[in-house]
Every structure is written in C-alpha cells, then in structure tokens.
Design a protein around this ligand. Sequence first.
Ligand code: NAI
Length: 298
Amino acid sequence: MAELKFDGKVAIITGAGGGLGRCHALLLGARGAKIVVNDLGGAVDGSGKGSATPAQNVVEEIKAAGGEAVADGNSVSTEEGAAGIIKTAIDNFGRVDILINNAGILRDKSFAKLTSELLHSVLDVHLLGTINTSKAVWAIMKEQQYGRIINTTSAAGLFGNFGQTNYAAAKMGIVGVTKVLSIEGMKNNIMVNSLAPGAKTRMTEELLGPLADKMRPEQVTPIVAYLAHDDCPVTGEIFSAGAGRTAKIFVGATQGYFNIDVTLEDIRDNFAKICDENNYAIPKNAMEEIGMVIPLLQ
Ligand code: NAI
C-alpha cells in the first residue's frame, strides 16, 4: 500500500513548539504538508512572557528534513490571536486545509482551592482556543469544501481526574465542540475529530509515573495524521492514543427502562434496568438519542 502523503496541503498546528504538537508538525511536514508551527513559547502553566524560539526551532527541524514551515507566535486564547494564526497560513502558503488544535496549559488545583484565575486561564487556552481557531478557519474551509480539524481532548475530561476541574471542563467542552462542528461541517467535507493523547512531555513527565518512558509522542501522532488526511473515514469521533495503543472512545446510552407514567418509586425499583449496559446504543447526535424512545411509544 502506498505511503500516506499530504502534498499540496497546508496544516496549522497550535502549541507545536514542543511535546505532541512538535511531533505532529514533524510527521506532517515530512509527508509533504506545509506547516504553520504556532506556539506562544510560555511555561507549562502558561506563565512567562513567551518566546519565539521553540516554534522557530521546530520550523528549522522541518526545513532540515526537506519540508516547508513557518513559525507563528500568536496566542490561541483570543479571537485576534487566532485570526493572526490563520493569516500567517494564508500570507505564507495561500490556504489552510488542516487545523490541529493542540495548544495547552496545566494549572491543577483541587476544587476547594480552585480560583477564578486558574479556571478562566485554562478554559481560555483549551476551550476558547479551540473555538477561536476553528471559527477563524471555518469560512475558508466551507468555501473550499474541504477541512480536517483535530481537537485535543484528554482522559481527564472524559473519565475524570483529581485536581483537574478546570482542565476537565475545558477538555470535555472540546468534545462537545467537536461533535457539533462535525455535524455542521458534514455537508462541506469538513471532518472534525478529537484525540485524547498520552505521552511523556514536559506537561506530563511528573504525572505519568513508571509508564512515562514507554509513552512517546511518536506513538500518538499517527492517529492524528490519519484524521488529518484525505482518507480520514470518520467525523465527530473521539480517539485515545498512548504507549502504542490506539483506540476509540465513545459516548453510549443504555436501552433504559420505559414507562410513560414513570414515578419516583419506578426509578428505585428499575434502577438496575436503567443502568444495564447490555445492548447499549451509540447515538450519532442528540436527536438520535432522544429518538431512542420512538419505538417504545408506538
Ligand atoms: P506541552 O506543554 O509540551 O505543549 C503545549 C504547547 O502549547 C506548549 O509548547 C505551549 O507553549 C503551547 N501553548 C500554551 N498556551 C498557548 C497559547 N495560548 N497559544 C499558543 N500556544 C500555546 O504539552 P503536551 O503534552 O505536548 O500537550 C499538548 C496537548 O495535549 C495539550 O492540549 C494537552 O492538554 C494535551 N494532552 C496531553 C497529554 C499528555 O499525556 N502529554 C494528555 C492529555 C492531553
């Protein structure tokens, strides 16, 4: 089978100055895509005045391997910053085909100690960042009838993790954004998926414990690149990748208990049936989930 290539495609990768984003940028760049390496160059918690060096270093790496790339230092967390990132792509390469929303910061705190500043700064980068950049490319992708967007979520949002209310809210919000954009983008060939990665980076090296050395960004990037490719066969899905395991994560619904005149005691008496995960369904959208009741109403 032929190698998957990205010739003629332009990809923006946010937060690509290091970690996972750098790895995504290197693979797509090596396979022929022209890359916008966006990165603010701040610390893991988003502090510091930023630096152009990390993004520029990745640009040099891509060029040294024979690829084409340009650095961008805008922040995803404002609409102006996001517009600036898209402008960098258009000014340098004339189009945008792929957007990988990867930029992120971490400001963990148990809920009792969570401050408004810790909450909003994390929502701004992850959730609003993803919305801002997607919004800035949306009209372009619609117009050209082509787009691939990959949003970075996290197991912390999908399954929960101590001390990460702000991060989990943002990351699960990103899943909602992914689902809605996938539905709205369908008729324009814009495919939008999300990925929950697991890899040793500066963000996680102290969190992953003994598994850390088995978890390389290079094991995460292949699924991201596939979702960014012309051949991507799905939209609106969530994937998980880490330590060489790549899997799909989904939101399902049990068949449930039906009684048109349901009472409080009915809920108590039928709770096991409500929770019975046998024959669960995976609705494709909200109407499909609500519609699960239709056959029961006949
Ligand atoms: P990282 O800290 O190496 O990379 C994040 C990059 O985003 C940094 O280079 C940072 O400068 C950049 N950034 C931060 N704020 C920005 C802004 N406002 N505008 C532009 N760039 C900005 O960490 P890592 O691990 O590579 O994280 C990448 C993504 O993967 C993040 O969204 C993170 O939440 C997510 N993730 C990572 C996991 C892991 O195991 N490494 C697990 C789950 C999710």
